[in-house]
Design a protein around this ligand. Structure first.
Ligand code: LLP
Length: 401
């Protein structure tokens, strides 16, 4: 049974903690993690939670307790992972465009590192030679993903070392006796089609003969979850089957570990963002519902044209009408245009679904507004896991001269 919080539970959280409020359902994370590990249980697969999606320390600790590994995109995420209790051998740092001193720091911490540029690979070779095994992030030149902004593997993408530069990689390996233990790609986010992963595998398999010390192939993250009712998700069971077939059929790859770094798949659906209606404004174009939030709290609709399901939990049986849900920021911050909602009144609570991944994590204090509070629902109870900002937080790091 899929884990979901009920309208009553969400209303209770809104009353108890105020809004705007992020709520995370911990058992839903467990369910997603278990679905993934079960689907891949016949292969030598390691799951690394891509924690850029949601880094609240309680969420990280939960992944630790599940036995998950963790993928980080900055040295600070690495430090948060250590703080949450992950041992260094369960932490991966897949960097892009970073200063070499972060890679040095990661090396000192003893974690797995994927390097994404020839420049940093050369510096790494010069400094560490064969002594520290490392992975390389390659750019497979495959265009896939929910939209261009979240597509990372195509031939104009900044991410990874383009596979057409493989000869330069080989020269660096020879020059510095580099110990390459893994090949990595991350093609994009919201990839529904399992065949895109198979295509990526084929690109990497062509390169395997150049590497004699491989331990893993890392296929990144990017599994799609349903955002709309009736939306398709990546068929994880089919994906697991196709990946297994491909690896089993390859003379070298059959003995390699397969790594994945999902973010959205693990935490998108656990999250609910509860807001409250400030004003209703009737115009000739549309009826605006102005809520106590904006792209400072949930930027995905404005940044990626992302669709988030919205429900009026204060009036679940009200007659349906069309509304345009907008924020209170001095920018055009439209969450939804002409969306059917149960009749909306001022002070009603509107909840956004799929708010766990890249929701709070991409929030800001724009317009000097407070970041929302975060709450976790676990063992039938709500726990505050980040207090709402208060005025002193806005001045906290400023220096008055
Ligand atoms: N691994 C690497 C190297 C990545 O760059 C990413 C995401 C992931 C794993 C996890 O991807 P996921 O499974 O979450 O799709 N903020 C955007 C998504 C950008 C993802 C960036 N990299 C959004 O809200 O749609």
């Amino acid at each position: 049974m899929s884990q979901q919080l009920t309208t009553e539970q969400l209303l209770h959280a809104a009353e108890k903690f105020g809004t705007p409020l992020y709520v995370y359902h911990i058992e839903k994370i467990t369910e997603q993690y278990q679905q993934l590990t079960q689907a891949f249980s016949n292969s030598d697969v390691k799951i690394f939670y891509a924690c850029k999606a949601l880094t609240n320390i309680n969420i990280l600790k939960h992944f630790h307790s599940l036995g998950s590994n963790i993928d980080c995109s900055s040295i600070n995420e690495v430090k948060l992972a250590l703080h949450a209790g992950f041992p260094s051998n369960r932490i991966l740092y897949t960097s892009n465009g970073i200063a070499f001193n972060e890679i040095e720091e990661a090396q000192q911490l003893g974690i797995h590192i994927n390097i994404d540029s020839l420049s940093n690979l050369e510096k790494f070779g010069k400094k560490f030679g064969h002594s520290y095994p490392v992975g390389i992030r390659l750019r497979p030149n495959i265009l896939a993903g929910g939209n261009l902004k979240i597509s990372t593997g195509h031939d104009k993408s900044k991410f990874g070392i383009p596979t057409d530069q493989i000869n330069q990689v080989i020269s660096l390996i020879a020059k510095y006796d580099l110990h390459i233990q893994g090949l990595h790609i991350h093609t994009g986010s919201e990839i529904k089609d399992a065949d895109v992963f198979v295509k990526g595998i084929e690109v990497l398999f062509d390169l395997i003969p150049h590497f004699t010390e491989l331990k893993f192939i890392d296929l990144g993250g990017g599994f799609k979850v349903p955002y709309k009712t009736g939306d398709d998700a990546t068929d994880i069971v089919l994906l697991a089957q196709k990946v297994k077939e491909a690896f089993d059929a390859h003379p070298v790859a059959k003995d390699l570990q397969i790594w994945f770094e999902p973010g959205k798949y693990l935490v998108s659906e656990c999250g609910y963002f509860i807001t409250q209606v400030n004003v209703i404004k009737e115009t000739s174009a549309t009826t605006f519902v102005g809520i106590n939030s904006g792209f400072n709290h949930l930027i995905r609709p404005m940044f990626y044209d992302a669709y988030h399901r919205i429900k009026n939990i204060s009036n679940s049986y009200g007659i349906e009408k069309k509304y345009s849900v907008v924020g209170n920021i001095c920018e055009t911050d439209t969450f939804a245009w002409e969306r059917k909602l149960n009749e909306v009144r001022e002070e009603d609570y509107l909840v956004f679904y799929n708010a766990g991944a890249y929701g709070f994590e991409m929030s800001s204090n724009f317009n000097s507004r407070f970041k929302p509070a975060e709450v976790m629902f676990a063992k039938d109870d709500f726990f505050l896991i980040r207090r709402r900002d208060e005025f002193s937080d806005l001045l906290n790091h400023q220096i008055e001269v």
